[in-house]
Design a protein around this ligand. Sequence first.
Ligand code: ZN
Length: 148
Amino acid sequence: MMDLRELYQEVILDHSKRPRNRREMPEANRRAEGYNPLCGDRATVFLHLDDGIVRDVSFEGSGCSISTASASMMTEALRGKSVAEVEALFQRFHELVTTGPEKAAGPELGKLAVFGGVREFPMRVKCASLAWHTMRAALEGGGRATTE
Ligand code: ZN
């Protein structure tokens, strides 16, 4: 049987090799670009908001496997959520990668809990957070986000 750590690595590897929702979205009504200068990761996040609900979310970009997997899993987690739920999940995710799984774990994080391990690697925290900061910049009206 696989231990939890291996399972986590499996999930991240799977999403980095076959990212979900990696496409441009012409009908997006929110978008932002993000950059993580420490690692060189770039992400553009597209949102289609309707009536305060995320109807669709996608991303484009290039970066390390952690940043790609995080963007991919974020898009899966956000579809169908309200802006308030998205904001709450952003806070939980941020807590998870900065304080660790012991404090931040909760059922609402679901598969995103796999990123709890990055806390031990400060550079990787930026990689895992890039898509989330970019998504938040898009929600706040677009423009650019940076992990610095
Ligand atoms: Zn990176």
